[in-house]
Design a protein around this ligand. Structure first.
Ligand code: SF4
Length: 302
């Protein structure tokens, strides 16, 4: 069995307890306008060009049969939508300025790579599956988690819950910590800014928060100015969550302005013309206050 991943990041301290290794699954059924991993949205493998590394030698342009790489007035340009033998072009680049955005790995390869960091897992860390959407490849995710659990590794997942309930049920037995997002409560706004109805997500949240894993679950809302960071949205989410499970853990994630830098790699427009800054401690506390007023007892803020 194989899976498509676009990154493995080591020494992460934000994706669960301790020092963690996070594996990012390729492909996401949602398309949040503020997405922090835009390179992970498309399930299709595509080539990337890193202008900062490119030495302008033109070898790739010479090898292009259908104009996949061209030399323009502003420099070397990638046309990822054109058919080429991209592997040959990537291999020929002497500067490492071309690469695939993802790779296909077997369960054995994934587990072997993740276990290289097991020395660090002894101190409360482990492995987190993220994305993209790990539940988009549920069989592969389950096999990886099962193997890690058998090796005594702490396992966690970060999921949007935009998947069938059977995918969620499949992975749950092999998880010690579940981070699940609920970004926007209003269905129409969710469709507009997240790219799909939230009905499926709400149903899966109900499943999760009534399961035996509910005390190991943290629901998260990333605070995105103009989109999610709205007291009415936080209030509606808080009422919904606490109505299902009164001891639910709810985390408000401060806005992270760093995603903008990745948008030049993919053909997508970032949602802000002027990238806003992070919220202050006082502003974060005000959002937390809204959650508390609407039934949340366990609130986490950075
Ligand atoms: S082969 Fe690599 S370094 Fe040379 S022009 Fe193409 S991308 Fe740039």
């Amino acid at each position: 069995m194989t899976g498509a991943i676009f990154d493995i990041r080591r020494f992460s301290t934000h994706d669960g307890g301790g020092i963690r290794t996070t594996m990012f699954f390729k492909g996401c059924p949602l398309s949040c306008v503020w997405c922090h991993n835009p390179e992970g949205i498309s399930a299709k493998r595509r080539p990337l060009h890193f202008p900062g590394k490119c030495i302008g030698c033109g070898i790739c342009c010479g090898l292009s049969v259908h104009g996949g790489m061209t030399r323009e007035a502003e420099g070397i340009r990638l046309h990822p939508e054109r058919e080429e033998d991209w592997t040959a072009l990537i291999d020929a680049c002497p500067a490492g300025a071309l690469s695939w955005d993802s790779r296909i790995v077997t369960v054995d390869e994934a587990v072997e790579e993740l276990l290289k960091d097991r020395a660090f897992f002894k101190y409360g860390g482990g492995v987190t599956l993220s994305g993209g959407e790990p539940l988009g490849q549920p069989e592969f995710a389950t096999q990886v988690l099962k193997r890690l659990q058998a090796e005594g590794v702490h396992t966690a997942i970060e999921t949007s819950l935009q998947a069938g309930p059977e995918a969620l049920r499949m992975v749950l037995p092999y998880l010690y910590l579940i981070y699940a997002d609920l970004k926007i409560f209003d269905e129409e706004r969710h469709k507009k800014y997240v790219g799909a109805s939230n009905r499926n997500i709400l149903k899966n949240l109900e499943l999760l928060l009534t399961s035996d894993k509910r005390s190991q679950t943290i629901i998260r809302t990333p605070l995105i100015p103009e989109y999610t960071a709205d007291p009415a949205n936080i209030a509606a989410i808080s009422r919904f969550l606490s109505g299902i499970y009164e001891d639910v853990s709810y985390e408000l994630l401060n806005y992270n302005p760093l995603a903008e830098a990745k948008y030049h790699l993919v053909d997508r427009e970032f949602c802000f013309k002027e990238n806003p800054g992070r919220y202050s401690a006082e502003q974060m506390e005000a959002f937390a206050g809204v959650a508390r007023e609407n039934g949340i007892k366990k609130i986490i803020i950075e």
